[in-house]
Design a protein around this ligand. Structure first.
Ligand code: 5AD
Length: 491
């Protein structure tokens, strides 16, 4: 049996693609390993959103050189956005790669590997599926061990944000039919999945590709999709989506947040900058005031709703005054989390012609100030939750060990589980050994706030079904759930 290992860089879409790569390889008789030495095939699923991600790939590949020299039969595949960006030329640059596939060519990987088997040929398959978009379907794990799964609803991007390479690496927007999405969510839920995250580069621009209204009149039908999922798959515990574009936060979507309990009290809504001048130069197609109005509408729709965001610092021409506008926006909206990035010039993008005039030290200093400001808001927010009760969906056993200060009384040995609240905060909970919280949605009392996570204890009695590990499953014959095997993700 041949074994593969996948190393994933970048966003959730890439993590999701890695799952599909794994499924395609399982289908071809491979099995997965986490150990480099045991792998016959190493797949690098690449990211090109910032230059740093590309550097990381090059150095990760470099570390394979010795291994490949020692084991001539080892094959290396490179997948994802970098492949799409550079095309065949990347084969020359990355001499260790045997095969390369673009993001739309995942199903072709096994055939390419067979053709490159003897190591004499190096092959690339890089083509968008613009005419007949394919959306690979996720299958629930046979052992029912997966709590949370991704489902793609659209791919590609028609926005032309001036800094962003995605339209060039993922192509034009293509939408998936509602019925396919509903069927996939339903089958995942039947397979034990409790939480589904709908994925797309501008996920909330979704409409059914069968929608006959003229292109110009067509607007987002994303809220209808959320309602259809809630109606069709009532056993689902949570329905998330990422990443929405502020432009498509329609009144219908805001209403869905007020009415559907299934939607979490959290939205990741990238803003990029708090300065109108910079937003215009970024071609974001909204003003600061419009963004704030939409953020406020979401916050008003659902009590306690938190917002996370993405921010770029050091965009060409960004002045100290522009950056201060961003800091003031962080305070005004009160983001629970902000992901900050230093502007990185990318090939093909319109912003290239604006130059890259903010010095590296200024970018670094602004990023540090941004994080400092966000840390204060985040910590204040987490502190405010101490003493409250909140629902937590448990995702699995925790690696983190906060000691046994919060162990259930009388517990001799303790097991630690990690989950997320409706607002997406991470919560660790300690319970007596033998309990299995994975997949359970439980009421938890928050007892302490760490820097980025919370400690809690299950409120009241543990429900009987969470006290014991699940019965042996016929698929695995094992009394405990298989450890979750997530692809390694680094940015
Ligand atoms: N430079 C820096 N950050 C970028 N992002 C996208 N393109 C760039 C770039 N050229 C950030 C944006 C986006 C996130 C996924 O990555 O904030 O929301």
């Amino acid at each position: 049996m041949k074994r593969f290992l996948i190393h994933t860089f970048g966003c959730q879409m890439n993590a999701h693609d890695s799952r599909r790569i794994a499924e395609v390889l399982y289908g071809d008789g491979y099995e997965q390993t986490d150990e480099l030495e045991l792998a016959d095939l190493i797949v690098f699923n690449t990211c090109s959103v910032r230059e740093k991600a590309e550097h990381k790939l090059v150095s990760a590949l470099g570390r394979m050189r010795e291994l490949k020299r020692a084991r001539r039969e080892l094959r290396v595949a490179v997948a994802g956005c970098m492949v799409q960006e550079h095309g065949d030329a990347l084969l020359e640059r990355l001499d260790l790669a045997d095969v390369m596939i673009g993001p739309d060519n995942i199903p072709e990987l096994p055939a390419l590997l067979r053709d490159a088997q003897d190591g004499s040929r190096r092959l690339a398959r890089i083509e968008f599926d613009l005419d007949g978009p394919r959306f690979l379907t996720a299958n629930a794990r046979p052992d029912g061990s997966e709590v949370s799964a991704y489902v793609t609803v659209m791919k590609g991007c028609d926005e032309r944000c001036s800094f962003c390479i995605v339209p060039y690496t993922r192509g034009a927007e293509r939408y998936r039919p509602a019925e396919d999405i509903l069927r996939e969510v339903e089958s995942l839920a039947q397979g034990g999945v409790r939480e589904v995250t709908l994925l797309g580069q501008t996920v909330n621009s979704w409409h059914d590709p069968g929608d006959a209204s003229p292109e110009a009149a067509r607007e987002s039908r994303f809220a209808d999709l959320l309602r259809a999922i809630a109606a069709r798959v009532p056993q689902l515990a949570r329905l998330r989506y990422t990443s929405p574009h502020p432009r498509h936060v329609t009144p219908a979507l805001v209403r869905a947040h007020a009415e559907l309990e299934l939607l979490p009290a959290h939205v990741h809504l990238p803003v990029q900058s708090g300065s109108d001048r910079v937003l215009r130069r970024m071609i974001r197609r909204y003003s600061r005031a419009e963004y704030v109005a939409r953020a406020r509408a979401l916050q008003a729709a659902r009590a306690g709703l938190t917002l996370a965001t993405d921010i770029i610092v050091g965009f060409p021409g960004e002045t100290e005054a522009d950056f201060e506008q961003t800091l003031s926006l962080v305070d005004e909206v009160g983001f629970s989390t902000a992901f900050g990035f230093k502007y990185s010039p990318r090939p093909h993008t319109p912003a290239l012609k604006l130059g890259d005039d903010v010095p590296e030290e200024v970018k670094a200093e602004r990023l540090a100030r941004l994080f400092e400001r966000c840390d204060v808001t985040q910590h204040r927010h987490l502190q405010s939750l101490v003493g409250t009760r909140t629902r937590v969906l448990f995702e699995g056993a925790s690696k983190h060990n906060p000691g046994d200060r919060h162990a259930a009384p009388g517990a001799e040995r303790a097991a630690l589980f990690t989950g997320r609240t409706d607002r997406h905060e991470i919560v660790h909970v300690q319970v007596p050994t033998g309990c299995e919280l994975t997949g359970h949605l439980l009421e938890v009392e928050i007892v302490e706030a760490n820097r980025r996570s919370l400690l809690g204890r299950v409120a009241g009695e543990l429900p009987a079904h969470a006290r014991m590990p699940p019965a042996p499953s016929p698929a695995t014959g094992s009394a405990t759930r298989a450890p979750r095997r997530l692809p390694v993700v680094s940015v």
